[in-house]
Ligand binder design. Structure first.
Ligand code: GAL
Ligand code: ZN
Length: 665
């Protein structure tokens, strides 16, 4: 596959044709090599059933090609045209309250509806055939940001039918479903699969957690199957083109590990200053890094950014203006975490529609401004690096288990209003990020043995096979971390009742859970060798059955009982953390885990200076990223030379990026 450095998301249909050659020329001059197009333009390309008009798109592709720019085409199934909706209004999705979501925006489609599937089949087949032999069209994107519709879509009759089929396949008999869901509670038993409904709201009270979990799994499977349905048509027509998808970081609506199996490579949409942030002024450097690491880990290979922020963002409300240097810093943070190609969203700020204020590289008037100047300088400088560095990824010895199944179950029962599966993951990730220790994410299916340290927070649902896999990781010399709410439930979200909790793991953790306390509106305290730390949200009250105590609680009736323990088994250890830690405590726990494993930081830097590294067969590329808006000082490790040969005196200006290289022998 040909490699690309920088690109942009382009919507020629929003602009007069006369402008297209100028756009293409400006793109080439800037350093753009690849463009993604067409993912929302069904109505233009098929204005009436079976009447395809790809002429304008052909022309735009030709114009781009004449400037040496290749193209990725998206299928438009996130925005079916009005003529389809008028004919088949039943394809409009239904929300959790049973209300239709109508035409007028996007995502007005149900992904299971068989009639809609036929419309998609017709369009995608024609589209794929038309571009199959076009050498300038190098890849496809199916739909757009699958899963990015309201969380509460779709609960229509078609989805309900599919849910019943899914359940029938999973449980085979209704008796097994009744047992797995614990329907004896509140008289919820079903007589047959046809009487099971999708979980519409408002339910009269709290929803059965086992039903809720299966519905989340079903929805993910449906979305992945929706992707597969289109991907199959595209692959058949054009086997030499790649298929990727623009994923959204930690989004879990579809299980990205599963979706990733269908992709040639993963892509990310990276908006570090998105208007949707609840706290736009806060520091998000760790979260941005974590999502990039996760996307790389979907396939454990380098990835693309299909939409990288190119200006101030917003729909009805806006985010903060990217500060000078920040757009480049964000793009290079993506590169540092393993992105080979950075495609900026979007080329030009749109004059019409919902996204008028989601700014592009060019402003509304098409005349280059600050965003253009900053990004074109970035492209000029770093295109040679991206050309040379294609493929290598960070080398992580530490993995965090992000299990989508655990996340679903915890999302259904977060236990504490301020805690979530992701917030717990971020407690550990942020500590590793502060220490500049590279991290991979792993799925339940991944091989853990490639890592020295495995952090598996909140392993809520536990079965024999998983417990065994974790145990053998530790026995074989791994440093394993488990935390509160591990081993509580079985695969169908029923509580384990057979003896000790954390279940099936007595030998692994060396602790027994006696009771627990939920720290509502209060903080707790942990004492470790006379040092005091804060703890939050939850406290497991533990008894020992083999583990040693590292730290104790310093508050409440359980003062003096174990908060953090270590159990040695085989050649490794299992740390158990009974609470949510403050930053100082999580920093210490990370040292406690990584020390014995021989995992050390890439570099010690002041807070806000990130060090990240990509490693090829013969070179190490070290990235220093100043994530903050103030000047900072830092050293570099021995043996590294500035990649750009510009002298480095240890000073990083606000949002500065420096890259260093070391030849490996
Ligand atoms: C992304 C989406 C794009 C565009 C952009 C700005 O999430 O993929 O199509 O909508 O946000 O809102
Ligand atoms: Zn539906």
């Amino acid at each position: 596959m040909k490699s690309y450095t920088f690109g942009t998301d382009y919507y020629p249909e929003h602009w007069p044709k006369e402008r297209w050659p100028e756009d293409a020329r400006m793109m080439r001059e800037m350093g753009i090599e690849i463009v993604r197009m067409a993912e929302f333009s069904w109505q233009k390309f098929e204005p009436r059933e079976g009447e395809f008009h790809f002429e304008d798109l052909d022309e735009a592709i030709e114009i781009l090609a004449s400037e040496g720019i290749d193209v990725i085409l998206g299928t438009p199934s996130a925005a079916p045209p009005k003529w389809i909706i008028d004919r088949n209004p039943e394809i409009q999705p239904m929300d959790q309250n049973g209300l239709r979501r109508y035409f007028g925006s996007r995502h007005h489609d149900c992904q299971s509806n068989p009639v809609y599937r036929e419309h998609i089949r017709r369009y995608v087949t024609a589209f794929a055939k038309h571009y199959a032999k076009n050498p300038h069209v190098v890849g496809w994107q199916v739909d757009n940001e699958l899963g990015n519709s309201h969380n509460d879509l779709c609960y229509c009759d078609s989805c309900q039918n599919r849910f019943r089929l899914w359940l029938r396949e999973k449980y085979e008999t209704i008796e097994r479903l009744n047992e797995a869901w614990g329907t004896a509670f509140w008289s919820q038993g079903y007589d047959d699969f046809e009487s099971v409904s999708v979980p519409k709201t408002p339910a009269a009270g709290g929803l059965n957690p086992s039903l809720a979990l299966d519905f989340k799994r079903f929805t993910s499977d449906l979305i992945c199957e929706f992707h597969a349905f289109q991907a199959e048509i595209l692959r058949k027509a054009a086997p030499d083109k790649f298929i990727t998808h623009n994923l959204m970081g930690f989004c879990s609506k579809p299980n990205y590990y599963e979706l990733g199996k269908q992709l040639d490579f993963a892509s990310q949409d990276q908006y570090p200053g998105g208007h949707f942030l609840a706290d736009p002024n806060a520091y998000h450097g760790d979260r941005n890094a974590a999502e990039l690491d996760f996307i790389r880990s979907v396939k454990h290979q380098s990835f693309w950014v299909m939409e990288q922020q190119s200006g101030i963002t917003g729909w009805e409300i806006l985010g903060r203006a990217p500060r000078p240097g920040q757009l480049g810093l964000w793009a290079m943070q993506s590169v540092a975490h393993g992105a080979d190609t950075i495609v900026f969203f979007r080329w030009r700020s749109c004059a019409m529609g919902t996204e008028q204020y989601w700014h592009g590289i060019l402003p509304h008037n098409g005349v280059p401004g600050r965003y253009y100047r900053e990004l074109s300088a970035l492209m000029r400088k770093y295109a040679p690096l991206l050309q040379e560095m294609h493929g290598p990824v960070p080398k992580a010895e530490v993995a965090i288990l992000r299990s989508i199944d655990q996340e679903y179950a915890i999302d259904i029962q977060p236990h504490h209003p301020d805690n979530s599966y992701i917030s717990e993951i971020m407690t550990y990730y942020s500590a590793l990020h502060r220490a500049n220790i590279p991290v991979d994410f792993v799925s339940d299916e991944d091989d853990f043995s490639a890592y020295k340290v495995l952090i598996a927070p909140k392993h809520f649902l536990m079965n024999e096979a998983q417990a065994e896999k974790l145990k053998s990781f530790a026995e074989n010399g791994g440093q394993l971390l488990l935390s509160w709410r591990s081993g509580i439930k079985d695969d169908t979200n029923l509580c384990h009742t057979g003896g000790v909790v954390p279940a099936i793991m007595e030998k692994l953790t060396g602790v027994k859970l006696l009771e627990y306390d939920c720290l509502r509106d209060t903080e707790g305290c942990v004492e470790w060798d006379g040092e005091q730390y804060s703890c939050l949200h939850w406290c497991d009250i533990l008894d020992l059955c083999g583990a040693e105590v590292l730290a104790e609680y310093g508050h409440e009736f359980y003062k003096g009982t174990p908060a953090i323990t270590r159990n040695t088994l085989g050649k490794g250890n299992c740390l158990y953390i009974g609470t949510t830690m403050d930053d100082r405590l999580s920093d210490r726990v990370v040292r406690e885990l990584c020390g014995p494993a021989g995992v050390s930081p890439l570099l010690e830097t002041p807070f806000g200076v990130e060090a990240a590294m990509r490693v090829s067969d013969n070179k190490e590329y070290l990235f220093l990223l100043n994530l903050l808006g103030e000047e900072q000082k830092t050293g570099i490790p021995a043996g590294f030379e500035p990649w750009d040969r510009e002298a480095f005196d240890g000073t990083l200006s606000p949002y500065d990026v420096r890259v260093f290289v070391k030849e490996l022998q």
